[in-house]
Ligand binder design. Structure first.
Ligand SMILES: NC(=O)c1ccc[n+]([C@@H]2O[C@H](COP(=O)([O-])OP(=O)(O)OC[C@H]3O[C@@H](n4cnc5c(N)ncnc54)[C@H](O)[C@@H]3O)[C@@H](O)[C@H]2O)c1
Length: 448
């Protein structure tokens, strides 16, 4: 008999996850298109104006026990996920616009929806940001902190966090800020001590996103990285995350093209179909597109988008199918489209006896409509991780790879990109922390 399909919860109350009591404070770095769409969306859902479509924590169910038991609770009823009514937002931006103004500028949500939510949205005003144009060439912000060095700036962010903590019960931080220039780890990222010395010495390897992350982790606040920036993907900040029981995850929300890639590529591999080329191009006209028009920011994004196919196809295991794949990615800034990104993929595949075929994917998506529920879920699940003894001190939350284009993993471990393996991992992690049996779909017991 396969243990995979065995009965539901082991023992009622086996879970050691602390309940989600009181207010959850969400500190958002970068109140742009994604962030304002998330915040406005949460308020619309709270008021019953819309459904939280795209959010697994809000709409998803989880099967418990055997298929014959018919137990499919909502994920949010199964695990103690914070209630949306208890979520309180604040944030930082390099522009002074409040969330209403910024959302109006982003033009993701229609005017009628924004007008209804205006009294709430305009009350959320950004705190001055930690910013340096060296790391995001296309932005010129004025609403920024000044300090004698990066340590001083980190201390100012820590003071912001401490002040916010007094008004809520728990805090999570998420980076919804712009894509920074491409950076690789250097000696300054090797340990907490080296990083702290680097803050004092204004080390060029420490970008603003790392200063926010350092401030959050120093305060025991979980941190999610929605951009492809290096940020928490360094030995120093992983060590700080573990030391202060502040869970982390990154990088880069998996929304449009890569979402599709991590569905299609596993399908080709499952059927042992070969791939000789995958050409991906995009047009988008929002501020993110403008930032990515700078070659150094694009390089950061490109690295994040390129990785998925390499890992999914495992060309070293399947040289006949994937050794010579030509993978190309382009992002073109095209203002008329605003946030409505259009992505084209041309995939050259080959089948039985090597006969070639082509697949064309044309995804006319709304970037921030896809990203907002992902940002929300990451915030809620990091808060859950912080309340889970088994998860809070392990650093990287690999079970959240489901949401991320370039998932962070432990050193030496390759990332899992297949969306459905990622989903299984996420749900099994929830079952595990809640004391329910895992499901691996063996199911032999139905045929005993
Ligand atoms: N929209 C998507 O589908 C999607 C998908 C994956 C990743 N992302 C990433 O998410 C991030 C946000 O995307 P967006 O579309 O909301 O972009 P956006 O340009 O609309 O918003 C980013 C905001 O961050 C602010 N910002 C930049 N640097 C800052 C700093 N140091 N401190 C505080 N604020 C700062 C900018 O002023 C801007 O308001 C980008 O890095 C993007 O690449 C977006």
């Amino acid at each position: 008999m396969g243990n995979e399909e065995q009965s539901g919860q082991k023992t009622a109350g086996a879970s050691k996850v602390a309940p989600a009591t009181g207010k959850l404070g969400v500190m958002v770095v970068g109140l742009g298109a994604v962030a304002t769409t998330m915040i406005a969306g949460v308020e619309a859902v709270r008021r019953g104006l819309a459904k939280p479509i795209g959010s697994l924590t809000q709409m998803g169910t989880i099967r418990l026990g055997k298929r014959t038991e018919n137990k499919f609770p909502l994920i949010k009823d199964f695990a103690p996920i914070a209630d949306l009514n208890d979520v309180v937002f604040t944030g930082w931006d390099i522009f002074e616009d409040n969330v209403y103004e910024s959302a109006a500028h982003a033009k993701v949500l229609d005017e009628k929806t924004l007008a209804e939510l205006k009294p709430y949205l305009e009350k959320i005003k950004p705190m001055p940001a930690v910013f340096d144009q060296f790391y995001v060439k296309r932005l010129h912000g004025t609403h920024v902190k000044t300090g004698k060095n990066k340590r001083d700036l980190a201390d100012q962010l820590i003071a912001d966090i401490q002040a916010f903590k007094k008004t809520v019960d728990r805090v999570v931080m998420i980076w919804c800020g712009s894509t920074e220039i491409f950076l690789e780890p250097t000696a300054v990222h090797a340990s907490i001590e080296a990083f702290e010395a680097g803050l004092e010495a204004n080390d060029v390897g420490i970008a603003p996103s790392q200063i926010y992350a350092y401030a959050a982790l120093s305060e025991g606040v979980p941190f999610a990285n929605g951009a492809p920036n290096l940020t928490v993907d360094t030995a120093a900040l992983i060590e700080l995350s573990k030391r202060n029981a502040a869970p982390i995850c990154g990088k880069d929300f998996k929304t449009g093209q890569t979402f599709m890639k991590t569905v299609l590529a596993p399908a080709f591999k499952a059927r042992m179909l070969g791939v000789s080329g995958w050409f991906s191009t995009n047009i988008l006209g929002n501020r993110d597109g403008e930032v990515l028009d700078d070659p150094q920011s694009f390089k950061t994004k490109e690295e994040s988008k390129l990785g998925s196919l390499e890992y999914i196809f495992q060309p070293e295991l399947y040289p006949d199918l994937y050794k010579d794949i030509f993978h190309k990615i382009r992002i073109n800034y095209y203002p008329p489209r605003g946030d409505d990104k259009e992505a084209w993929d041309n995939i050259d595949i080959f089948g039985w006896l090597g006969y070639p075929m082509q697949i064309k994917v044309n995804f006319l998506c709304r970037d921030s409509i896809l990203a907002a529920p992902i940002a929300l879920d990451l915030v809620l699940l990091l808060d859950l991780a912080k309340r889970t003894p088994e998860l809070r001190s392990i650093g990287i939350q690999e079970w959240l790879s489901f949401y991320l284009k370039s998932p962070q993993t432990a050193a030496g471990l390759y990332p899992e990109h297949d969306l459905f393996i990622q989903l299984m991992k996420l749900k099994n992690t929830l079952r595990h922390i809640m004391g329910a049996d895992l499901i691996t779909h063996l199911g032999l017991e139905y045929y005993d």
